[in-house]
Design a protein around this ligand. Structure first.
Ligand code: AMP
Ligand code: ZN
Length: 481
């Protein structure tokens, strides 16, 4: 990799500026990265996957830049919305959440996301959660209310010299006014306080664990503090999530984790906070009632491929609100198709030849992404390069070594994008038979029949490309046969 003067620059919500990403590791190599994972009560929507694909891009980029990343993404498998659904479904918590957890993992695979190294479930970390809450009680920052719930006291936390309101500027009078306050939360000392442990109520059904404060379940925020610190240590490098999580979820994670004072002297819970802006659909917040709500599965069912959706999600900068439209998805399909076309021509010319990537193109690509993951500039580099190659291909100027070098250049960049190669789909027997019949018709000079067979194949989603080596079948992306 060419040496560049500056390293990766990344916006840090904590300092509110773009700064060089430097991990705690004195060798500058190891990185601990925690991403808030899905709440598994339903299928993931494309907004969720915008955040997860952005996190995947960031992880891949850090690895590409030579860091050794330990990537943790939790599974929130106990939380208010889940309990409400479990009650409606009459299922056990595990039965219910495992269905959506598996679907989520399958969706992440469809989108080409690299699996995190650890995917801890909240329900499997109750002892760590209880220990952390106990620590906060021992330090006088948390208190047990009359009903057996445990709350975090923001006043006591601030009195201990810590600041609440690190990621966002807070107006304490306005705080949490919008949040739903359960009847049993009136036992809080202050409205700003938040629950660490929620005492069991009849609506929770069988969802409860014993604790020193009585049966109950953890609050959502403490789950992430306990799991991230268990797997990455009390002070780690990078924490990622959607922008809606900055407050209160991440602010509360900081308060709980630093309130427990487990960090080495002078070190924060997390050094670098990264937040991904939201995805809108046709300019509006996605909602089932507006009819603009898409799960990833809805789009796959419409015949779009995971690669096409990933490509679309990778086109916008992570800090820009992304406006999803079906036209945008169609355009993404066409643009990716052009890229694939160019790569497949290169593949044909290159054959088994191998070569090194073009260092100039790679240096421009790195410079673009070093600038706070500027994907638009990075795609600009890719498409200038594709235009150049296409011109050379049209002029017949591409030798097999040159084609191999071009492919190596793309593969190097694709370590970050993770689009992989278009699968030349194997045609099913029925389709292959139609092609054979078409060849036989051509041989017999029955061109009318040959054209009919070509049309039949097209209706079934397969195009015939006549090449010097004979006819090839090409699957039309998105047509389900
Ligand atoms: P959840 O499953 O609701 O806990 O959300 C999982 C992740 O998706 C979190 O990081 C959220 O911030 C993120 N998220 C939720 N809605 C959107 C959206 N419309 N656009 C982008 N990210 C979102
Ligand atoms: Zn979290």
């Amino acid at each position: 990799m060419p040496l560049l003067k500056m390293g990766a620059q990344l916006f840090n919500t904590l300092t509110r500026r773009v700064e060089e990403f430097v991990p705690f590791d004195t060798a500058g190599k190891k990185v601990g990265m925690y991403c808030c994972g899905p709440t598994v009560y339903d299928f993931g929507h494309i907004g969720n996957f915008r955040t997860f694909v952005s996190s995947d891009l960031l992880r891949r980029y850090l690895e590409f830049r030579g860091f050794s990343v330990t990537h943790v993404m939790n599974i929130t498998d106990v939380e208010d919305k889940i309990i409400a659904r479990v009650r409606q479904a009459g299922a056990s918590l595990r039965e219910y959440t495992s269905k959506f957890e598996n679907a989520f993992l399958e969706d992440m695979r469809s989108l080409g996301c690299v699996p995190p190294h650890h995917m801890p479930r909240a329900t499997e970390h109750i002892p760590q959660i209880i220990a952390l809450i106990q620590k906060l009680i021992d330090r006088g920052i948390a208190y047990r209310a009359a009903d057996g719930s445990v709350y975090f006291s923001i006043d006591k936390y601030q009195a201990s010299g810590c600041k609440y309101g690190r990621l966002v500027n807070l107006n304490f009078d306005e705080m949490r006014r919008g949040e739903r306050v359960q009847a049993d939360e009136y036992s809080k000392e202050s409205v700003a306080d938040f629950a660490l442990w929620k005492a069991h109520v009849p609506e929770d059904g069988a969802v409860a664990w014993p604790s020193p404060w009585g049966d109950g379940r953890p609050g959502w925020h403490i789950e992430c503090s306990a799991m991230s610190m268990k797997l990455l240590g009390p002070s780690f490098d990078l924490h990622v999530g959607g922008e809606d999580l900055a407050f209160p979820h991440h602010e509360d994670e900081i308060a709980q984790s630093e309130g427990a004072a487990l960090q080495p002297e002078g070190r924060p819970f997390v050094k670098h906070w990264v937040h991904c802006a939201h995805l809108l659909v046709e300019g509006k917040k996605m909602s089932k009632s507006l009819g603009n709500y898409f799960t990833l599965r809805d789009l796959l069912q419409k015949g779009y491929g995971g690669r096409e959706i990933r490509y679309l999600l990778l086109k916008a900068h992570y800090r820009e609100t992304f406006n999803f439209t079906m036209e945008g998805l169609e355009e993404a399909r066409a643009a990716l198709g052009r890229l694939d076309e160019c790569l497949s021509k290169l593949q044909e010319i290159a054959g088994p030849a191998t070569a090194e990537p073009d260092p100039e193109v790679i240096a421009k690509f790195i410079a673009a992404l070093d600038d706070d993951l500027n994907v638009s500039a990075a795609w600009g580099v890719v498409f200038d390069w594709v235009r150049d190659i296409n011109r050379q291909l049209a002029a017949g100027e591409v030798s097999n070594e040159r084609a191999a070098a071009a492919l190596a250049t793309w593969r190097r960049m694709d370590v970050v994008f993770g689009l992989g190669q278009k699968q030349e789909s194997e045609a099913p027997a029925e389709i292959q038979q139609l092609l054979d019949e078409r060849q036989a018709a051509r041989k017999a000079r029955d061109f009318k029949r040959a054209d009919e067979l070509r049309a039949t194949l097209k209706d079934k989603g397969w195009l015939i490309e006549d090449t010097p080596k004979g006819p090839k079948l090409k699957k039309v992306e998105g047509v389900l046969s």
